[in-house]
Structure formats: C-alpha cells, structure tokens
Design a protein. Structure first.
Length: 277
C-alpha cells in the first residue's frame, strides 16, 4: 500500500530581530506539534492492518497544522495578554510606587517645613525668653541700685541725725558740765570763803588782844597740809606788832580748819589772809 502524500508543517522562519521569550515559546510549541504529527504518520504507515485508501487530497496534515496554528495563536494571544497584563501591572505598580514616592517626598518636605517652622518658632521663643530674662535682670539691677541708693541715703540721713543728736548731746553735756562747774565753783568759793572765815576766827581766838591793834591790818600767806597742819607762814605786810601777834596766833593753833573736798583744799592750801581787829 502506497503511503499518502504528506507534508510537514513549515517551521516559522526566525526574524532578523531579537526573539522575545513569548515568540520563543510559540516556536517551541509549534515544533512540538510538528514532531507529534510526524510520529503519528509513521505509526500509521507501518501498521500491520492496512488503512483504507484515502483520497490524495485528504486534509489530515492540514487539519493538524490548522489545529497547531490555532493553539499557537491562542498561546500567542495568551502570552501577549499575560505580557500586557504584566506590563499594565508593572505600570500600575510603577505609578503606585511613584505616587508613594511622591507622597513620601511630600510628607518629608512637609515634615522638613514643619520642623523648620517649629525650629524658627523655638528660636523666636528662645530669643523672647532671652530678652525677657535680660529685661528682668536689668529691672532687678535697677531695683538693686535704687535700693542701694535709698539705703545709702537713709544711712547718710541717720548718720547726720546721729551726728546732730551727738552734737546736741555734747552741747547739752558741755552746758551741763559748765553749769555744774559753775555751781561747784560757787560752792567752792562759798566753801573757801567759809573756811577762810573759820581760819580767820581761829587766828583771832589765838591772838592776844591789844587796844593798840585797833584799826591796824596784817597780810599773811599760810600754806596748809591736807590735814590743816600749818607748813609755812609768811608775813606779806602790815603793822609789825599785829603781824608778829598774828603769826604767833597761827603757830599756837598748829592746825587750821580745812575742807576735805579736793577742789576746796586746792583753794586753801596756799592762802593769803588779811588779819584786822
């Protein structure tokens, strides 16, 4: 039995341009279908049971080729659809990534702007705080100076008042001392006069009376110890007879009346008397 005329599917020619992965898969699929068709034809040709005669123009190979072409077209379309879907997905992801990046950059820019505003606000606040502290310190300094000035004025015034009071007190004390001294001087004079009179009376008591002494005077200088003891007698002038009698009278007395007061004694220790009858 003669083998029907069969023709193998033509292998697609490679394009001079670079073959994409989708085209390579399509070519492999077509080649696989062609090999299957050839194996099928060989198995039919060597079968022990002769097949019925077919017309010379039977479209077996053509059907297989058409079927493989349809499968290839379907796969190509599928590959193209998948590639388109991947491309769209990648474009979608790229856009999403770009949008995320844009939002991230916007957020970063907003953050930087916010941080800048916060930093500027913090700096303004810090400057205001520094100015407030400086003004506060200046105010405190002025207050301290005013207080120090007021304190100095107060102390100066107090010192002047104390000095005036001290002056017045000193004047009062001086006046009082002067008054006391005057009173004491008068007292001393009075005491001196009193003790002078007592001394004269003592001399006259010890003086021998003589009518010839009438109208006569004698001046004596007598020096006394604190006890009234006569340490010295000196005739300064007068009637000789009266002076001799007066000197004898002083010596007979040995002691004359004298005050225990030192200031009175100072006036009596070297006393000049006038003796007269």
């Amino acid at each position: 039995m003669s083998t029907p005329d069969r023709s193998t599917p033509a292998t697609p020619k490679k394009s001079s341009s670079t073959i994409s992965p989708e085209q390579l898969g399509l070519y492999k699929s077509l080649g696989l279908h062609a090999i299957l068709a050839i194996l099928l034809l060989i198995s039919v040709s060597f079968s022990p049971d002769p097949l019925p005669s077919l017309p010379a123009n039977a479209p077996v190979i053509e059907a297989i080729f058409i079927d493989a072409q349809a499968i290839a077209d379907e796969k190509r379309a599928k590959v193209q659809a998948e590639a388109q879907a991947r491309a769209e997905e990648q474009e979608k992801q790229r856009k999403a990534q770009a949008e995320l990046e844009k939002k991230r950059q916007q957020a970063a820019a907003a953050k930087r702007a916010r941080e800048k505003r916060e930093a500027e606000a913090a700096e303004v606040k810090r400057q205001k705080e520094l100015e407030r502290l400086a003004a506060q310190k200046e105010q405190e300094r002025k207050e301290r100076e005013a207080q120090a000035k007021a304190e100095a004025e107060r102390k100066k015034k107090e010192a002047a008042e104390r000095a005036e009071m001290e002056r017045i007190m000193q004047e009062q004390l001086a006046q009082e001392r002067a008054a006391q001294q005057e009173r004491r001087r008068k007292q001393v004079l009075t005491e001196v006069e009193r003790y002078t009179a007592l001394i004269q009376q003592t001399i006259k008591r010890n003086l021998y009376s003589d009518d010839s002494f009438q109208g006569k005077t004698c001046r004596l200088n007598i020096k006394l110890a604190t006890t009234g003891f006569v340490t010295s007698i000196r005739v300064l002038g007068g009637n000789d007879a009266l002076c001799r009698a007066a000197e004898s009278a002083v010596r007979r007395a040995e002691k004359l009346p004298v005050s225990e007061a030192p200031d009175v004694y100072e006036q009596l220790k070297d006393i000049t008397l006038k003796v007269e009858l």
